[in-house]
Design a protein around this ligand. Structure first.
Ligand code: UTP
Length: 214
């Protein structure tokens, strides 16, 4: 049976300030070599933060900030879809697709992490990958004194490290509504950095660098 991977591809990887051409080139090459199927749900990155930030300064609602963030995820999704030569989908759920399906976000109240978990659940899959700009989950802000990489942790431990309610553009590795959904449905998340080779090693269940939360 063909392996199906569901992955949240962070905006911080695709659009850290300007589009990450090197990452996109590597992604296209490795995707062509990969034998399985992948659903990529794309984040909004700097574009989302800049636009939501403008609305925040203008005292617009969180919902308004989410809506511009969603458009940023769709723009980045279009970019990834074009690079991979596929179409982006306009809804979460089960789709017939050949090898790659690309999506952005759709509704306010959470980030594309939540959409990713919903995609996985639609296919009855209990494992998702979260690709971001750090290699592991850290005990403190990565790079700060005493910050330690944690390779395995429970959702309870994860929640203790990253408490808080949803706010647009919040800077945590996985958003609170997505955490709740994973806990409720027993979904495991593999957190990995933006090294494309490492990412596909994780997809193939080979040795990889990253953290597992379940
Ligand atoms: P992201 O999914 O990029 O979330 O969506 P994020 O946590 O800010 O950033 P990264 O990419 O994981 O680093 C950007 C913004 O778009 C809105 C939210 O405001 C989010 O912060 N959004 C996105 C939604 O409201 N709903 C969605 O389904 C997706």
């Amino acid at each position: 049976m063909t392996r199906l991977i569901v992955a949240s591809l962070g905006g911080s990887v695709i659009m850290p300030g300007t589009p990450n051409v090197e990452f996109l080139r590597d992604l296209r090459r490795e995707m062509a070599r990969f034998k399985g199927k992948v659903i990529f749900v794309i984040g909004g990155g700097t574009t989302a933060r800049l636009y939501a930030g403008a609305l925040s300064k203008l005292d617009n609602s969180k919902k308004d900030q989410d809506f511009v963030g969603i458009q940023a995820t769709q723009l980045n999704a279009e970019l990834v879809a074009r690079v991979l030569g596929v179409e982006r989908t306009d809804k979460i759920g089960k789709h017939n697709f050949k090898k790659v399906l690309v999506s952005g976000g759709f509704e306010p109240g959470h980030s594309s992490d939540f959409d990713t978990v919903e995609f996985a659940l639609a296919y009855g899959i209990k494992k998702v990958f979260n690709i971001t700009n750090v290699d592991y989950i850290y005990s403190k802000k990565p790079g700060s004194p005493g910050a330690r990489a944690i390779k395995k942790l429970s959702w309870k431990e994860f929640r203790a490290l990253f408490p808080g309610r949803w706010t647009p553009g919040m800077n945590i590795p996985f958003d609170p509504p997505a955490i709740r959904l994973c806990e409720k449905k027993s979904v495991k998340v593999i957190f990995i950095g933006s090294n494309v080779k490492n990412m596909f090693q994780a997809f193939k269940e080979e040795k990889f660098v990253g953290s597992v939360v379940k």
